[in-house]
Design a protein around this ligand. Structure first.
Ligand SMILES: [Zn+2]
Length: 268
């Protein structure tokens, strides 16, 4: 049974986080609404450590997206994310937190939850940091050089960022364990974070490179993943029109859960 104190605690913490997200313009209003819903499910049905990992992802990825935004994406936009981005990155995690609660299997669900978060977190970080690479990226599928921003294009800097992101998740679990104590094996969790994070960002690049629709902005000439840029409709270049970045993110989060559980099962 869910106890009243955790419902109230979650409401207070998430209300605060929501105000910060709106004030800092990390999310637009619809984005905040979606994030509050996802956050509440994860807090109440998962627990504090689940919510902490979500928050670390949200804050670190938020600031990294903002960092040198104009340089990465052109003159327009300010790195404000919306509800589709929240759901594509967070719904697998929310589903896993709920599954752990209702199926009464917190260990397995936590491992899968960690994998889902690590995967989308690492992908976000490798995208945002990889765009700052001075060398042109190469397609993970063909190794040919590509314009920065092309789905499936990877750089050494981006890959490194993906690898380090798993360590950020692992370190968060470790800190929580030091202060509050958990029953999770910390070293195995660290291995799971790094493995699911790094291979999750690779999965996202391979699937994105093979299937995702590509667009080009007719105003600034950038390769983009969106249908609108610089205030104008972008030109369709190639790929499946129904496969966008959100769908690829969602698939990567499920992949991350699977990868995490596989490694966990192998280690134990
Ligand atoms: Zn543009």
């Amino acid at each position: 049974m869910v106890l009243l104190p955790i419902l109230l605690e979650a409401a207070v913490v998430i209300a605060l986080a929501g105000v910060v997200a709106l004030a800092g313009r990390f999310l637009d209003f619809k984005g905040v609404t979606a994030a509050v819903f996802v956050g509440y499910v994860i807090y109440v049905l998962g627990g504090r450590i689940h919510f902490l990992l979500l928050l670390v992802f949200f804050v670190v990825a938020g600031f990294t997206t903002r960092y040198r935004y104009r340089e990465k994406y052109g003159e327009f936009g300010r790195g404000v994310r919306t509800w589709t981005n929240v759901l594509s990155n967070g719904s697998a995690a929310a589903l896993l937190a709920a599954a752990g609660y209702f199926l009464d299997n917190p260990s397995s669900s936590f491992v899968m939850f960690v994998g889902a978060i690590s995967s989308v977190f690492a992908d976000t970080m490798s995208t945002e940091i990889g765009l700052l690479s001075k060398k042109p990226p190469r397609m993970i599928t063909t190794l040919k050089t590509a314009s920065p921003g092309t789905p499936g294009a990877v750089s050494l800097l981006g890959l490194l960022a993906g690898l380090l992101t798993g360590l950020i998740v692992a370190f968060s679990v470790f800190l929580y364990d030091v202060f509050f104590g958990t029953s999770w094996g910390v070293y195995a969790t660290a291995a799971v974070c790094v493995f699911s994070g790094f291979t999750g960002s690779l999965f996202d690049s391979v699937v994105g490179g093979l299937f995702q629709s590509r667009y080009r902005c007719s105003v600034c000439g950038r390769a983009v993943e969106v249908k609108k840029h610089c205030g104008k409709e972008t030109e369709y270049v190639s790929g499946n029109r129904y496969v966008n970045n959100d769908l690829v993110n969602l698939l990567a989060s499920f992949y991350g859960a699977f990868a995490a559980y596989s490694l966990w099962a192998y280690l134990y």
